[in-house]
Design a protein. Structure first.
Length: 272
């Protein structure tokens, strides 16, 4: 029981004492009225100090003692209160103990309620902190996932662009090589064509010259330019006939100083 409970108990007991004393005074006044009346001045002079002592001095003394000097002990509050009440004309001693117990129980209930409220508030704060932490972790995970996805997409785009660029470069290189090969082939074909044309022109010129020489007789006879794929025997047959071809071959060899039947295209022979 705290100081307030003790003050209330003291105040209640003081009021009860005052009521009892008033009752006692009333009875004393009745008895006094039945007795022969003494000297009014003498009774008045005694009554005033007694009333002053009872109603003013004693309560003021008690209040000063309680306010400045008395330090109540919670563990010993109930017993002094009972003793005090029983001392003061035995005015309901059990009520103060019940009130003290009720007040103590109320204080305990208040403490329990306060502690429960603090624990509940602490649990709510911890729950709120945990929810906040979980939300922050979820946001961080979502952000990391989005960043990883964006990086993967960027990498895929970069790889696709690099692959496309490499394919374009390879295609351009292949086209350039194919073009170079085609140009070289065309150049080679053009050179071959030009060489063939030059050879054909040269052969045509040689043939024309041979034809011209065939018509020009020499001192020993006419001349003949050997054509491609011709033999000495064929020339003899064409010019002297098949019957005297063998003798004609020997004549041509002697006229041209040949030791064998071997001749070459473009070679000029004297036909006797």
């Amino acid at each position: 029981m705290g100081n307030n409970s003790y003050y209330e108990s003291v105040e209640k007991n003081r009021q009860e004492i005052s009521i009892d004393k008033n009752s006692a005074l009333s009875r004393a006044a009745q008895r006094q009225a039945q007795k022969p009346r003494p000297n009014p001045k003498k009774n008045k002079s005694l009554l005033m100090p007694a009333l002053f002592f009872i109603f003013i001095l004693i309560p003021v003394t008690l209040l000063i003692f309680v306010a400045f000097l008395y330090e109540p002990d919670d563990s010993l509050t109930a017993k002094p209160a009972e003793n005090e009440v029983s001392f003061e004309m035995n005015s309901q001693p059990s009520n103060s103990a019940v009130v003290a117990a009720e007040e103590e129980e109320k204080e305990k209930d208040k403490e329990k309620a306060k502690k429960a409220a603090e624990e509940k508030e602490k649990a709510a704060a911890e729950k709120k902190q945990a929810e906040k932490k979980a939300a922050a972790e979820a946001d961080a995970a979502e952000k990391a996932e989005a960043e990883a996805k964006a990086n993967a997409e960027a990498k895929a785009i970069a790889d696709a662009q690099a692959k496309e660029k490499a394919e374009a470069e390879a295609k351009a290189k292949a086209d350039a090589e194919a073009k170079a090969v085609a140009d070289a082939q065309a150049k080679k074909e053009a050179e071959a064509k030009a060489a063939a044309e030059a050879q054909a022109k040269k052969e045509a010129e040689a043939k024309a010259e041979a034809d011209k020489k065939e018509e020009v007789p020499s001192a020993n006879g006419k001349t003949y330019v050997v054509q491609s794929s011709e033999t000495l025997y064929r020339i003899a047959v064409n010019n002297y006939g098949a019957a005297g071809a063998a003798a004609a071959v020997e004549k041509i060899k002697q006229a041209n100083g040949l030791s064998s039947n071997s001749i070459s295209p473009g070679q000029t022979l004297i036909l006797p």
